[in-house]
Ligand binder design. Sequence first.
Ligand code: A3P
Length: 296
Amino acid sequence: FDHSIVSLKNDKSGRSCVMINKYMDLFAERVKNMKVFDDDVWVISFPKCGTTWCQEMVWLINNDLDYESALETNLNVRFPFLELNGVLNKFNGDSVGICENQSRPRHIKSHLPIFLLPHEMFDVNPKIIYIARNPLDVATSFFHHYTHIVGYEGTREDFVEAFLSNQVIYAPFNEHVLDFWKIRTKPNVLFLFYEDMKRKMPNVVKETMTFLGKKFSNDQINKLCEHLSIKSMRANASCNNISLVEMAQKLNGKSSNNIKFQFIRKGEIGTFKDEKFGEKISAKLDAFIKQPSLII
Ligand code: A3P
């Protein structure tokens, strides 16, 4: 692993989160002191939980199903990523400034754990949509992301071990999810699961509509579910992240080993099973999901 990743500690609680040190440090205070508005819509998650999918759904619902603008303007512009600079460490844009200066209602994506988010988040109570996913699928999806986008060259087993021992960016996973789980009943929080989006998307759409104070007909809901299907999102240049992947690969000097990597990859529940991890890793994965702290 890249040794530039270290734990960024929070002064008050002493909790930590793996971030890219030298860049995240520059942003941490700005993020903490950022102005928050009550009509902001934040989509927050641990990476690879279906964030992009959820963002597209949320943006369209909150913008009265304006497909024309959604197709015309890239999702990363409509729904910017707060700490992008901390992740793609050679990227020159000012991701915090871009998020701050959006016209309202602002739509903001972040993978930061609760304790690194702006102080005002918990006084002003903006709309927060948190999306979680089975950690074994997250680890698998993250391995492919690291390999094809970040330039990780190790084995999948080593990667999973790193995930399980909280050494990947944004780790620890458990605390990330559980901190939001604890506040899920607050009226300004909607807690979603990737697996529910896969199995019963119309219900998730309805839940999100109610949360955002919107009403649409069944036909409109069906059309939105179709727009959000994996086939349609893969073909949609506005949210399939093809250009982002290419840019990241160039910045990292990696060209994905000649494999055409799709950000919208398999999009399945139980994708970890495809990796056919050996007995040792499988036992570790099993122990990980059976930890008492993860049983909710
Ligand atoms: P896989 O790598 O398991 O396929 P994030 O946006 O948080 O990085 O999450 C990416 C994951 O969400 C990837 O998982 C991707 O394929 C999946 N995803 C994105 N859009 C999807 C869709 N429309 N349907 C199902 N899965 C989707």
